[in-house]
Write a protein that binds this ligand. Structure first.
Ligand code: SF4
Length: 80
C-alpha cells in the first residue's frame, strides 16, 4: 500500500507527447490518469485520477521522462 504521508502533493502534470515513445508503463500504473490516444501517445485524462504516490510512480516508470510533475508553488517534483 502506498503511504499517503510520503507522497508529494502534485498540483500540475505535464505530458510531453513528442517525447513519448508509447512504452505504456505510465498507463499500466495509473490508468485513471493516463491513457494512450489513437496515435499511441500519452494523454492526460484526469489529473486527479489516481493518488499522488501512484502518479509519481507512473512518472518514474517512464523511460523517457515524458511526464513532469509540479507542486503547488510550481516547483518540479519529477524529474527530480
Ligand atoms: S511511460 Fe512515458 S513513453 Fe510510455 S506511454 Fe507513458 S509517457 Fe509515453
Amino acid at each position: 500500500m502506498p503511504d499517503p504521508a510520503a507522497a508529494p502533493k502534485i498540483s500540475r502534470i505535464e505530458v510531453d507527447r513528442d517525447a513519448c515513445i508509447s512504452a505504456g508503463s505510465c498507463v499500466a500504473i495509473a490508468a485513471k490518469t493516463f491513457q494512450l490516444d489513437d496515435e499511441g501517445k500519452v494523454k492526460l485524462i484526469n489529473p486527479k485520477g489516481d493518488d499522488d504516490q501512484t502518479i509519481l510512480e507512473a512518472a518514474k516508470s517512464c523511460p523517457v521522462e515524458a511526464i513532469k510533475l509540479y507542486n503547488e508553488s510550481g516547483g518540479q517534483i519529477w524529474p527530480a
